[in-house]
Design a protein around this ligand. Structure first.
Ligand code: SF4
Length: 233
């Protein structure tokens, strides 16, 4: 039940906001590396590798690093579990933090080969909280956000929260805190599970295009009439 349509009814506002954002934005896989990796890649493992590469850097740098890695090495758990982390680090250098990310990629590949028979897809058969926990606890360098991006993209009911999403969620009045788990839980309460991945992408686009960190462009923002923080004078 959505309840009465008022600015203070969060479920109603959440639904309206996503409707407006869907009309406003075209979701382009060229702006989201994990989405592009799902489209072009060999499966969930490649989406995980692309998401690790994209930690703490721009989409442009991530795409560059991912393409370099793909041009030299086959992105599958068997190949990468045996690869030299230094080789991977050199290939993904454009994304920064390359040594750390290379170690995470090799650790992920080894874990998948040794414990999941080479198929990361196996975690999709588990309940979502169990799948998240297993991946975070067994792959050093892989945190909740990375895991949530990958699992939600493959249909598991979770929402990954990045810096844009936490900022936008506070400004839209959905949460008071930017703490990862609190924002995630609140968004999961507000939105329909079938929309979780779409919500993730649309809130990022809202943050990138209008609800910018320093100077939000409230006057042009398509959801200004639904936002309690809108400054339109
Ligand atoms: S109206 Fe302003 S504060 Fe609200 S979501 Fe839009 S840009 Fe952000």
């Amino acid at each position: 039940m959505l309840g009465a349509p008022t600015l203070t009814n969060d479920r109603w506002r959440a639904k309206k906001i996503i409707e407006v954002l869907e009309r406003e934005f075209n979701i382009d896989p060229n702006e989201f590396i994990a989405l592009k990796a799902r489209e072009e890649g060999t499966g969930i493992f490649e989406a995980l590798v692309a998401t690790i590469i994209s930690q703490n850097t721009s989409e442009k740098n991530s795409f560059n690093a991912w393409r370099r890695l793909k041009s030299k090495l086959k992105i599958d758990p068997y190949t990468l579990s045996k690869a030299d982390p230094k080789t991977i680090a050199e290939l993904i250098r454009p994304a920064g933090l390359q040594e750390q990310k290379a170690k995470a990629i090799v650790s992920a590949a080894k874990f998948i080969v040794e414990k999941l028979g080479g198929r990361l897809e196996k975690v999709l058969e588990l309940p979502v909280e169990e799948a998240r926990k297993i991946l975070v606890e067994n792959i050093p360098g892989v945190g909740w956000k990375t895991v949530d991006v990958v699992l939600s993209m493959y249909g598991k009911p979770t929402i990954a929260v990045d810096t844009h999403i936490s900022r936008v969620s506070v400004r839209l009045g959905f949460t008071k805190t930017r703490k990862y788990e609190e924002v995630r839980r609140k968004l999961m309460e507000l939105f329909d599970p079938k929309d979780y991945y779409k919500v993730h992408l649309l809130l990022i686009l809202l943050g990138r295009r209008y609800c910018k960190a320093r100077k939000p462009l409230c006057k042009q923002c398509p959801v200004r009439s639904l936002c309690p923080s809108a400054v339109t004078k």
